[in-house]
Design a protein around this ligand. Structure first.
Ligand code: SAM
Ligand code: SF4
Ligand code: SF4
Length: 377
């Protein structure tokens, strides 16, 4: 049994309540004309800043055991009070600054992003942003799909381009057990259909695979989405946060998932569109589409990681496995012009050297890790 499964419940709750204060972001001297218009920053491992994932809420209507286990995120869990959340104006301002620094893709996530009221208004604001080359950044959303059928049209009209929907099982009993909220598969499938109907595509479906929990759902999901134009992606169960009782023996390596599919439907490797793609993509030999494998545990992809995460309360995390983040919110709420904040953020990215998944193999994992529901996937 791993150390985290042995941590008493009170201690886990205490850890969540006593999350350390964020690091301050240092603001350099006022930028010169040249630095304000310089190319996007590279971090210490030469990685550019490309994606910004924005968590719009720490709340969720599911209690997936690998993310927000109910015994920890129960009735008495302290979710963030409203004043601590970044407002839509603050999120848009942050995104504008980041787009100016070279971010080309914005992804809304959570918690469950569709629980944030009037999310489509935020999408409308973000849609106005322009990159230095005059193009709009790509705007996407990751959702558990529970209310997608109700929201798809408004999101599309507001300017959202694409959705990724999480779905861990096709069998209703397995799915209800995994979301631990008695939520049926049929509503998520209806959400996916609605998203497809309004043109929120290409759609991706994410399945977190846990050995002995839902690995019998790999083939049913593969059969279901083959030939639909929807890409199914298998995510290895990860040790994000400290509450999900992660154990290596519950990770089903992507190579084994691929072998199971390949046995029924032969697959061939697809060349990556971009080096930084998180998923390794494979195509069905019979032309019925593609599947993806996100193998953070068995094939770490830190070398190309160009993602930055903005938490619900305005902390920046340069790695999914960070502990305390960097305090952007107090800069946004202070009296600082955008170009000065941009200079601080440029410097922050230039100092980044995270490569947690690579270090995991060497057993160098920090005790404190932020929970996934604060910063999104
Ligand atoms: N609630 C939304 C959803 O589930 O799609 C968005 C937030 S959720 C944190 C983002 C993604 O992270 C989901 O696809 C989820 O399956 C994945 N995820 C959460 N915990 C994980 C874990 N321990 N290992 C691997 N993936 C995880
Ligand atoms: Fe909610 Fe998504 Fe986490 Fe599941 S994975 S508990 S749906 S935030
Ligand atoms: Fe990026 Fe951190 Fe994941 Fe590595 S472990 S791919 S640096 S988020």
């Amino acid at each position: 049994m791993s150390e985290s499964t042995l941590v008493p419940l009170q201690q886990l709750r205490q850890r969540l309540r006593a999350a350390p204060a964020a690091w301050p972001i240092e603001l350099p001297a006022p930028p010169t004309e040249t630095s304000a218009h310089a190319a996007g920053p590279l971090d210490r491992l030469n990685r550019p800043l490309h994606d910004l994932r924005i968590s719009v809420t720490d709340r969720c209507n599911f209690r997936c055991s690998y993310c927000m286990p109910r015994h920890v995120f129960g009735k008495d869990h302290d979710f963030l009070p409203k004043p601590e959340l970044l407002s839509f104006e603050e999120i848009t301002r942050s995104a504008r600054i980041f787009v100016g620094l070279g971010v080309r893709k914005l992804r809304l996530t959570g918690g469950e992003p569709l629980l944030r009221r009037h999310l489509e208004r935020l999408v409308e604001e973000l849609k106005q942003l322009k990159m230095p080359d005059g193009q709009a950044p790509e705007l996407a959303l990751t959702t558990n799909g529970s209310v997608l059928a109700l929201k798809a049209r408004a999101l599309k009209d507001a300017g959202l381009k694409r959705v990724t929907v999480s779905l861990d099982a096709l069998d209703d009993t397995v799915f209800r057990r995994m979301n631990d909220a008695d939520f049926p598969v049929s509503d998520v499938l209806a959400g996916i259909e609605a998203a497809q109907a309004v043109g929120l595509g290409p759609i991706k479906v994410n399945m977190v695979v846990q050995r002995g929990v839902n690995d019998d759902q790999i083939l049913p999901l593969a059969r279901h989405f083959r030939g639909t134009g929807i890409e199914l992606r298998f995510i290895e169960f990860m040790d994000v946060g400290t509450t999900n009782g992660w154990r290596m023996d519950q990770v089903l390596p992507s190579d084994q998932v691929r072998q199971r599919i390949n046995h029924e439907f032969p697959l061939v490797a697809v060349e990556a569109h971009q080096v930084s793609e998180t998923a390794q993509r494979w195509a069905y030999v019979d032309g019925q589409g593609t599947v993806g494998f996100i193998s953070s545990v068995t094939h770490a992809f830190c070398g190309d990681c160009n993602r930055l995460r903005l938490s619900t309360d305005g902390r920046l995390f340069t790695c999914l496995f960070g502990s305390q983040g960097h305090d952007l919110r107090s800069l946004l709420r202070g009296n600082h012009p955008d170009d000065q904040i941009a200079a601080g953020l440029r410097q922050l990215w230039q100092g980044r050297s995270d490569r947690y998944s690579q270090l995991r193999a060497e057993g160098k994992t920090p005790q404190q890790r932020i929970e996934m529901s604060y910063i999104g996937g």
